[in-house]
Design a protein around this ligand. Structure first.
Ligand code: AMO
Length: 452
């Protein structure tokens, strides 16, 4: 017990949390509850003290009038400081004086842990601090209700997207993140010393998710970190991000893949809007559920649209951030939506495994999904024909021998297939109108940041 008294706090004892702050309602007037959380705000008016307690679902006012509470409760309340962890047992009183309609009059306050002076404010709106300082103190930063809400919404998006795939017979897989070869091209690779060999951190589960279809799983998905050694710090790139991938066999065309994605996102947005309504309100976001089917437009037509709007770009140029910004304006204006599939990218711009188009010479059966102008997904039909696959690897200057582990299984009746990779942080940032992707990553990794 000595370590508790040394810390100046009490063991939790027989305290049992009975309610979250948000569950205490005016109808419970007169009943006794125990809540646990942090000291969010303290107002000391001498003979009466007001304490806002914050837990994972909101806040509740604890009102401490000297005359109405036990002497030791009043004494302890005078010792509290911001972010002390406490358990409060007390009587619920319905009152019009508080926005939530209730306050708690304590019969017991248990000090569970103390806090040092805070390096950053946890109460929002007090002082504006720059993102870098916030990220240095990310664990405290995440305690802010609006920052915490971002990741609850992200959780909802992933949870309900996963729910959709589960209902469509997709199998969740876990593939290696230490790999022998690049999947998305040679640049952006992190090297790893793997005993006596050189290895890399996976840029994508691309090869393995495809191979699992050849292994007899009809449909697979994986939600896992991937690594990109992007040299530049931009607002939409991080060096480790969460890739939401799926891959499906026996498709008739790339349309099948786009169809699953639009239905999946429709389901996910709809359920997230219902389940995370309080968090979305806190963030001031009116989540628009995109109508299906999403608009489809060919890459060549996007280039024409951009040229019309004064942006000079060639038929085989990739879309730069300026293009994306323009498309963020053009698409809603022209098509009344901000979810648009851009299809038929040139072979030049796509990785070696992408199926060439039969209808559009020099193009591919691939797509990007743009959301409010920004690319959030890349996907497509893959080459399942061994000879063509080897030919395309050679055309991209890859040595087929180095990729034998991937290429060889295609000799044995590989099914037609396709799939996609969706950036979870990009989806979150676009949905919530966040300007910098780091804010949509729990613990972002960028060129300058390896901690916390
Ligand atoms: P791609 O390389 O286009 O495709 O990546 C797919 C999606 O991942 C997100 N993304 C990123 N997010 C944050 N930081 C980054 N540095 C970053 N790079 C990419 C984007 C992008 O749309 N194997 C293919 C997918 C497939 O065809 O299945 C691939 O990885 O949202």
């Amino acid at each position: 017990m000595d370590f508790y008294s040394r810390a100046g706090v009490e063991p939790i004892g027989d305290n049992i949390r009975t309610h979250y702050s948000s569950e205490v309602t005016p109808e419970m007037d007169g009943s006794e509850v125990t809540v646990m959380g942090w000291v969010h705000i303290l107002r000391d008016k001498g003979r009466i003290k007001f304490l806002i307690l914050r837990d994972e679902h909101g806040t509740i006012q604890v009102t401490i009038p000297e005359k109405k509470v036990p002497a030791d409760v009043f004494r302890i309340s005078g010792e509290l400081k911001p972010e002390y962890a406490i358990a409060v047992s007390g009587k619920v009183v319905a009152t019009k004086q508080v926005a939530s309609g209730v306050e708690l009059i304590p019969v017991r306050i248990h000090l569970l842990n103390k806090s040092e002076r805070l390096p950053i404010d946890v109460v929002e709106g007090k002082v504006d601090i720059d993102l870098d300082t916030r990220l240095n103190h990310r664990i405290l930063d995440l305690r802010k209700p609006t920052v915490n809400a971002i990741f609850r919404v992200q959780h909802g998006l992933v949870r309900y997207a996963r729910e959709y795939l589960e209902s469509k017979d997709f199998v969740e897989i876990h593939t290696p993140k230490i790999v022998a070869e690049a999947t998305e091209g040679g640049a952006n690779l992190f090297e790893v010393q793997y005993f006596e060999k050189r290895a890399y951190l996976a840029q994508s589960p691309q090869f393995y998710k495809q191979l699992m279809l050849l292994a007899g799983f009809g449909r697979v998905y994986e939600i896992a970190p991937v690594f990109r050694a992007e040299k530049h710090n931009t607002r939409r790139h991080i060096n480790e991000y969460t890739s939401f991938d799926f891959e499906m066999a026996w498709i008739s065309s790339v349309e099948d893949v786009m169809k699953i994605e639009e239905d999946m996102l429709h389901h996910s947005f709809k359920k997230t809007r219902e389940a995370l309504a309080p968090e979305l309100e806190l963030l001031g976001v009116d989540l628009e559920v995109p109508k299906v089917p999403f608009k489809r437009i060919k890459f060549a037509d996007v280039v024409a649209l951009l040229n019309e709007s004064g942006k000079e770009i060639g038929p085989e140029d990739d879309l730069d951030p300026e293009c994306e910004r323009l498309l963020g304006e053009i698409f809603p204006e022209k098509y009344g939506t901000d979810m648009v599939f851009v299809t038929h990218y040139p072979l030049e711009l796509r990785p070696a495994y992408t199926m060439p188009s039969l209808t559009d010479e020099g193009m591919t059966e691939s797509f990007d999904l743009t959301y409010k102008g920004m690319e959030i997904t890349t996907g497509g039909q893959r080459i399942h024909l061994y000879d063509l696959l080897v030919e395309r690897f050679k055309a991209k200057d890859f040595d087929p021998d180095a990729f034998a582990f991937y290429l060889d299984p295609f000799k044995y009746g590989a099914p037609p297939h396709g799939g996609l990779g969706l950036g979870v942080e990009r989806l979150t940032m676009q949905l919530l109108g966040i300007d910098n992707i780091r804010e949509a990553a729990l613990l972002p990794r960028d060129r300058d940041r390896l901690t916390p």
